[in-house]
Design a protein around this ligand. Structure first.
Ligand code: 5GP
Ligand code: ZN
Length: 140
């Protein structure tokens, strides 16, 4: 995609702090880090969301996340890591090129706000009804 900012990063037309690349994925530091070491993994092939990305690229992104999490453990002394991935403007996806955020929490660093949602028990009937709908759709 000509105008896509992450495609431009893959092509080297926009500079980035590259961490790693292979034939399918590109890994680089986020320029607005939520914490030290906030890193993005993207497929080199343009795909906006989880609905467009191929299964091969999805597997490549997510298996790279395991290697990157290991590296965060070893190189940054990260005790914990949040893996976050947004699809669509309605959930505040800003860049429409699939990307997986890995946000490490380095020993002694403050909590990552994004991960602190309040737990409120739901309506069990509604939970069951929605689960059944999804189950039926996955069988279809
Ligand atoms: P999301 O689409 O999941 O909301 O987040 C997009 C992420 O991409 C943001 O965390 C933002 O800081 C990052 N980002 C946007 N533009 C650039 C850029 O040009 N370079 C880098 N390295 N990160 C970017
Ligand atoms: Zn793109």
């Amino acid at each position: 995609m000509e105008e896509c900012i992450f495609c431009k990063i893959v092509r080297g037309e926009i500079p980035s702090c590259k961490v790693h690349e292979d034939e399918r994925v590109f890994v680089f530091e986020d320029i607005n880090p939520l914490a030290d070491g906030h890193t993005l993994i993207i497929p080199k092939n343009h795909a906006a969301t989880i609905w467009e990305i191929t299964e091969e690229d999805l597997l490549a992104v997510h298996s790279t996340s395991k290697r990157l999490a290991e590296a965060m453990h070893q190189a940054l002394d990260a005790t914990d890591v949040a893996c976050v991935q947004l699809n669509g403007k309605g959930v505040n996806q800003i860049v429409p090129h699939y990307h997986l955020h890995l946000i490490p929490r380095i020993k002694g660093a403050p909590e990552i706000d994004l991960t602190k949602w309040e737990l409120k028990p739901g309506d069990m009937d509604r939970i069951q009804e929605i689960g059944d709908k999804l189950s039926a759709a996955m069988k279809a």
